[in-house]
Write a protein that binds this ligand. Structure first.
Ligand code: PLP
Length: 434
């Protein structure tokens, strides 16, 4: 019996496969199989990338130094984030603080917004996920990620939400199928100024719940947040540094956030990481103030070394152009797959992050009845038989594909072939339910 307290979709259970290694875009399993790593937003360079391996080995010689003491490479990593990630947005960017995870970065960005505005309530969009710590957990409004206990075949024991949370409608994009609400965007967002009027910030992400970027939506929400005095935080934890085919999702429209949060792949997957990037206006406002939040291992010497190497490789190897190339394959194949499988209800995505949604229970009705694997997990298990590990989002009906940027065309086809095979089980269940 494992002594590890597991997290996962089926309450209290471990995973059915055991990863014992990894190289390139493959995981190595205990039973000897090598399977394609299909859904890994934390690993943009795959496994055992030579530049990352060299960096981690070099960083082992660093001193053990906390966030409050000067460390040159931390300063340099902040410069790199500003100069490389915000290269076209140099008029906007003010400064960076590093964190331990995306959830922590969001939590602290939101508390900074509360401090600046003097307001307590916070806003997000429907179906959002912003992390599982502090206020990020409260702003994660997907029903399955309540942060508490899900009792097998029973009720949830959620964590009580301690701050007022406002939700605005989500964008309704779909490259195949559609989301249920057909009203025009303008109508759906009518009156959001009122919803945001007492909030400290409005935090928006660009992948979670299979909800992707929409430039018109962004400009409308930005305008409403500004009018309402609510700071706009762009949660680019997944999308930052190129996953959607440009450095940040928010760069797809003219409006600019007050704060950007980052995490996941920012350290090339070789160290935990989060970052809060503040606009020049906020940095100017903070000139006679200090942001009183600290943690021993934030901006760790290993983390900042990995950030520097990852950003160097991203630029040197022109990886964002590679993401754009791979997006073409992904879109074409996923649309073909959706046409072929009656169980697929919706496909959306961009760059190297795509969601495949199945017919089945509505995501809102997640009930902690975790005794039986949901349909998305069954598809995932069958895809694994065909050689690719494809993740579910935690919703019963949704899978996402997000491979590393260094995957070859044929390896990407391998993941999509495995999905195609895995979906046969969903088709069978769909036919039975009809
Ligand atoms: C959009 C978004 N924000 C924040 C987070 C939280 O990041 P972390 O798991 O590093 O805390 C996630 C994690 O999936 C995410 O998808």
């Amino acid at each position: 019996m494992s002594k590890l307290v597991y997290t996962g979709l089926n309450a209290g259970k471990g995973t059915s496969f055991k990863v014992v290694g990894g190289a390139g875009v493959y995981f190595h399993l205990e039973d000897g199989r090598k399977v394609l790593d299909g859904s890994n937003t934390g690993g943009p360079l795959g496994h055992q990338h030579p530049d990352m391996m060299e960096t981690v080995a070099r960083a082992a010689a660093n001193p053990i130094i906390n966030e409050g003491w000067f460390w040159k490479e931390r300063e340099e990593a902040a410069e790199d984030v500003v100069n490389i990630c915000f290269d076209g947005d140099s008029d906007w960017v003010g400064g960076v603080r590093f964190f331990l995870s995306g959830g922590e970065a969001n939590d602290l960005a939101m508390s900074l917004a509360q401090s600046i505005t003097g307001r307590t309530p916070l806003a997000t969009r429907v179906r959002a996920y912003h992390g599982m710590t502090g206020m990020s957990q409260h702003l994660t409004v997907q029903p399955q990620w309540h942060g508490g206990l899900a009792v097998q075949n029973g009720k949830a024991m959620p964590v009580p939400v301690t701050i007022p949370i406002r939700q605005i409608p989500e964008p309704m994009g779909a490259k195949y199928g559609r989301i249920t609400d057909n009203r025009p965007l303008a109508e759906r967002l009518d009156g959001i100024e009122d919803t945001l009027s007492d909030t400290a910030c409005t935090i928006i992400d660009y992948t979670q719940g299979g909800i992707y970027y929409d430039p018109t939506y962004q400009d409308r929400v930005a305008e409403a947040a500004r009018k309402a005095g609510s700071l706009w935080i762009a949660d680019e934890v997944v999308t930052g540094t190129g996953r959607v085919g440009r450095m940040f999702a928010f760069q797809g429209a003219a409006s600019r956030p007050d704060i950007v949060t980052m995490g996941k792949g920012l350290a090339g997957g070789s160290s935990p990481v989060g970052a809060v990037v503040l606009s020049k206006d906020i940095i100017d406002m903070m000139e006679d103030k200090s942001w009183q939040t600290y943690s021993t291992f934030r901006g760790h010497s290993l983390t900042v070394a990995c950030i520097r190497t990852y950003l160097k490789v991203l630029r040197r190897d022109n990886l964002i152009a590679r993401v754009n190339h791979l997006e073409g394959i992904m879109e074409r194949r996923l649309l073909e797959i959706a046409e072929k499988h009656p169980s697929v209800s919706r496909v959306d995505g961009n760059g190297l992050h795509w969601t495949v949604e199945l017919h089945g229970p509505d995501w809102r009705t997640w009930e902690n009845n975790t005794g039986e694997a949901p349909i998305a997990s069954k598809v995932s298990a069958r895809a694994l038989e065909a050689g690719a590990l494809i993740g579910t989002s935690g919703e019963q009906i949704s899978l996402f594909i997000a491979p590393s940027f260094v995957i070859s065309d044929s390896e990407l086809h391998g993941i999509l072939d495995a999905l195609d095979y895995g979906l046969e089980i969903a088709d069978e269940e769909h036919a039975k339910a009809a």
